[in-house]
Design a protein around this ligand. Structure first.
Ligand SMILES: Cc1cc2nc3c(=O)[nH]c(=O)nc-3n(C[C@H](O)[C@H](O)[C@H](O)COP(=O)(O)O)c2cc1C
Length: 374
């Protein structure tokens, strides 16, 4: 009850101030301590104590990783971290679309830079060494005015890999001009090789550190095919599907829906799940080994279940934390455990990607497998 009230109050504030206040509250220990119901997931090298994580952008400077443990998430993705500190775009740059349960942001990688993040990660790892079952992904991207963006990825991987359970290559934020061009085949191969070089010369003991590519939802089938081909041929661990969208649905109700930037939250669910489902089909048809982390509009147990049915091995959220408050992960995981019980599912990995169509997946999430025809 108290957290509902606090969430309601925080939502009245300017979104960027609300975010700063949330990070401060977490730092001083003002957060719920949840009784942890979990859905563990074992992805070979990556063992995650709970399938739900916080997406990039929430903890940009790796400041509150140990506090996120208390909110019943199984992993977090810090960043996006750039080599040099960066102010980002001018404010206001985050807009809450209350009526649509959505957010538009045009932050532009505001962060304190790699060296600050490194200090924070180093400190965290003293208590929770790499290999602890709460995973930390490190999301990296170039500075806006960098003269060599490829080299930025290498420098970041070199400096931050030793603290990461996985590296997430961000080639999809819409707020850094031309960043999405890195999704093109030649660029993508080059970025991946620069990251691999960075890992090779870093202090990490795990030279096969899992790499994920975080992709945009605004891509056509040809680009999706080419990204997946590249990920497979470069032996990438997986994809994160997806970042925010530049598209605006005609049904958006909020006045702020025309603000420039990336849209996330409820209206992103359909688009990001369509891409996820299409990626799942390509991966299945070709027998590729690529894991998927799904993000985009997850706000309750059914939306999370749909992501799994459409191909996700792990699920992330950000926007619904703003709207639902700090109990959201607990609510989602408890609800998913009930759905699994209803459907007689013992291991969540048994239903990853088993449904080819997002609409049908929602039907299964609502009604169970009993009326589902294969
Ligand atoms: C305010 C805000 C800042 C974000 N910053 C980043 C970022 O720095 N790097 C990144 O890869 N994604 C960033 N994202 C995108 C999220 O990680 C996520 O992919 C997207 O919001 C979809 O999930 P959601 O609908 O649960 O919010 C940001 C999202 C929001 C709302």
């Amino acid at each position: 009850m108290i957290w509902k009230f606090i969430t309601f109050f925080v939502r009245k504030l300017d979104p960027e101030i609300a975010h700063k206040l949330t990070i401060k509250s977490l730092k001083i220990g003002l957060h719920p301590r949840l009784n942890q119901s979990v859905i563990p997931v074992n992805l070979g090298n990556l063992i995650c104590k709970n399938l739900l994580g916080i997406a990039a952008g929430f903890d940009k400077n790796a400041e509150v990783i140990n506090k996120v443990h208390f909110l019943n998430f199984g992993f977090t993705e810090v960043g996006t971290i750039t080599p040099m500190p960066q102010h980002g775009n001018s404010k206001p740059r985050i807009f809450r679309l209350e009526k649509d349960k959505a957010i538009i942001n045009r932050n532009g990688f505001n962060n304190l830079g790699m060296l600050e993040a490194k200090k924070k990660l180093e400190h965290y790892r003293k208590s929770f060494p790499v290999g602890s079952n709460f995973l930390v992904g490190v999301n990296i991207g170039p500075n806006k005015d960098s003269e060599d963006r490829f080299n930025d990825y290498r420098v970041l991987a070199e400096n931050l890999s030793e603290f990461a359970d996985y590296i997430s290559i961000n080639v999809s934020s819409p707020n850094t001009p031309n960043l999405r061009d890195f999704q093109k085949k030649e660029n993508l191969e080059k970025v991946i090789n620069f990251v691999k070089d960075g890992i090779a010369i870093s202090k990490t003991f795990n030279k096969k550190l899992p790499i994920f590519l975080k992709i945009a939802p605004d891509i056509n089938q040809q680009t999706l095919n080419s990204i997946i081909e590249t990920a497979h041929s470069q032996k990438i661990f997986g994809l994160i599907i997806s970042n925010t969208t530049l598209d605006r649905d005609n049904n958006l109700k909020s006045k702020k829906s025309n603000e420039l930037g990336g849209l996330s939250g409820k209206p992103l669910f359909k688009k990001s799940t369509d891409i996820l489902s299409r990626a799942n089909k390509i991966i299945k048809n070709n027998n590729y080994k690529l894991f998927i982390i799904a993000a985009g509009g997850v706000s309750d147990s059914k939306t999370a279940y749909v992501k799994i049915l459409c191909g996700a091995h792990l699920v992330q959220l950000y926007s619904s934390l703003t709207f639902e408050g700090p109990l959201v992960a607990n609510k989602i995981i408890s609800g998913m455990l009930e759905l699994m019980k209803r459907d007689h599912i013992k291991n969540i990995l048994d239903i990853v990607g088993v449904i080819d169509n997002p609409k049908e997946a929602m039907n299964v999430a609502i009604n169970g497998f009993k009326n589902h025809k294969n």
